[in-house]
Design a protein around this ligand. Structure first.
Ligand code: 5AD
Ligand code: SF4
Length: 472
């Protein structure tokens, strides 16, 4: 699918950085550092985008806070995938009326996928006067300019451009952690699954150039990051739009070649585009985690067809078998939607059957949410919320049982894990991840954070493993 690739020049990013310096002069005029809060909803791409917003805010001289009553600048980075997320955003934005009353001059900004939809941008404009600045995902690169426009005019600024192919390199970034990092390799989606809003909000699929991705991965490794997750709506189609002869498997190999002890993970993979070459590459590259998030969405062939997923259950299962033949220890996770318009009991049973056959390590389950403007929104949907809830609860029971059973199989074994943080609890004070990404709670000194260690698994439940550090 063609799109108009719009590369933002590095000069333009430098101009934005100069605007940050100008804003800093205004905001820090009284000698105090302004406080900023970035509240992120939705997927990891949004987390990665918020790191860029924080990068700009840092250049504006801001420190960060979690307290909306203290913040001088609030940015709500929104998601549009399900109605529930939108409702939460609107509820929280509405409550900022109180904070702004307490703190006149507080700047409230809403960005991200939710406000890329015209009807939602209009709703914010009409019903949420507390909001000063609105911009969509294609304009994140020029957030400083838009903020300055608001500061100088003291007027509300609404900017929602409909570009389908913005690529901006070189935006400064303030990353959240020191151990795990997100690395966005592409943006947008071309698949138009019939229920999904993402292709409308994030535009067409466009890949960053391999040299830019590899350079960023190298920076991350040099900065000490040990766990790098490559992000894209469908990483398996990486490079198709570039014509540079590098596909996703090649990209993994290029990153694997960077010297250092670190792990490469990635998400999300569309089953229709996962290739044998990818599985082979994952198996051969010693830094690539044996972990695959392969959303199936449904186990019924008719539902898959009306979802426009471009595979059937047999094809999906053969992909799983192929991946497992290369990586017998593969950790496999998925997304499933229940209650797609018209989904019958029988069709739902096919999803249960598929889950029992595949036996996922973890499943992310969702009740279908109608998204205005998508094809599924105009499909007949005769089943009630209660019908859907019943299916949802049943699916979760199956998912939880299988996860617990799979976790049980770890008990007694020794695994190499990466310690990634503290839990805040006394007994199991550290959290870590196996190569396949399973969560392991441990007891140990916090100086272990950022290190790979061997752990003997002593207990487990649906959600996590529990282990003891092995000496030597
Ligand atoms: N309703 C419910 N779930 C959805 N997802 C995407 N769109 C919808 C929707 N309209 C789910 C899919 C996708 C995950 C990120 O969110 O399962 O893989
Ligand atoms: Fe949405 Fe489908 Fe694209 Fe995923 S692949 S972002 S579900 S349209």
């Amino acid at each position: 699918m063609s799109y108009t690739r719009k590369e933002i020049s590095i000069e333009k990013i430098h101009q934005q950085e100069e605007i940050c310096a100008k804003i800093k002069e205004t905001l820090c005029a009284d000698g105090k550092k302004p406080l900023a809060l970035v509240d992120t909803y939705g997927c990891q791409q949004n987390e990665a985008d918020s790191e860029k917003l924080r990068g700009y805010l840092s250049l504006m001289g801001c420190d960060f806070t979690d307290d909306e009553f203290k913040a001088d600048i609030i940015i709500v980075n929104t998601c549009a995938v399900r109605e529930h997320a939108e409702m939460r955003v609107l509820g929280n934005v509405g409550s900022l009326n109180h904070t702004k009353k307490n703190k006149p001059g507080q700047i409230v900004s809403v960005c991200g996928c939710m406000v890329q939809q015209e009807h939602m941008a209009d709703k914010v404009k009409k019903s949420y006067p507390v909001v000063d600045l609105v911009f969509g995902p294609h304009e994140l690169w020029r957030f400083p300019e838009l903020l300055l426009q608001h500061i100088e005019s003291n007027k509300r600024v609404f900017s929602r451009c409909d570009s389908d192919g913005v690529i901006a390199e070189g935006i400064p970034r303030k990353r959240d952690g020191k151990v795990k990092a997100w690395l966005s390799i592409m943006n947008g989606c071309n698949n138009f699954c019939s229920y999904c809003i993402v292709p409308y909000t994030r535009g067409r699929e466009r890949s960053r150039r391999p040299e830019d991705v590899v350079a960023e991965a190298r920076e991350l490794v040099n900065a000490g990051y040990k766990d790098i997750t490559l992000l894209g709506q469908n990483v398996n189609s990486y490079g198709r739009d570039l014509d540079c002869g590098v596909d996703f498997a090649d990209l993994i190999r290029m990153i694997n070649d960077i010297p250092g002890d670190f792990l490469i993970r990635f998400m999300t993979s569309h089953p229709k585009d996962a290739t044998e070459k990818l599985f082979k590459t994952m198996a051969e590259c010693e830094k690539c985690a044996h972990q695959l998030h392969l959303p199936v969405q449904s186990g019924n062939d008719h539902i898959l067809k009306v979802m426009n997923r471009c595979y059937d259950s047999a094809k999906y299962i053969s992909q799983v078998e192929l991946a497992r033949s290369y990586m017998p220890d593969l950790v496999l996770t998925t997304d499933i939607i229940v209650g797609f318009p018209g989904e019958t009991d029988q069709e739902f049973e096919d999803t249960i059957k598929l889950c029992e056959k595949v036996r996922y390590d973890a499943m992310f389950t969702f009740i279908y949410s109608k998204r205005q403007g998508t094809p599924a929104a105009s499909m007949p949907d005769p089943y009630t919320r209660e019908d859907k809830q019943k299916h949802f609860d049943r699916l979760n029971q199956v998912a939880n049982r299988i996860s617990a059973e799979k976790h049980k199989e770890y008990e007694g074994g020794t695994f190499r894990v990466l310690v990634d943080g503290e839990t805040g609890k006394d007994e199991y004070n550290l959290s870590s991840r196996t190569n396949g990404g399973r969560l392991v709670h441990l007891h140990g000194d916090k100086s272990l954070i950022g290190q790979f260690i061997n752990v003997k698994i002593t207990g487990s439940n649906t959600w996590a493993l529990y282990g003891e550090i092995e000496n030597g």
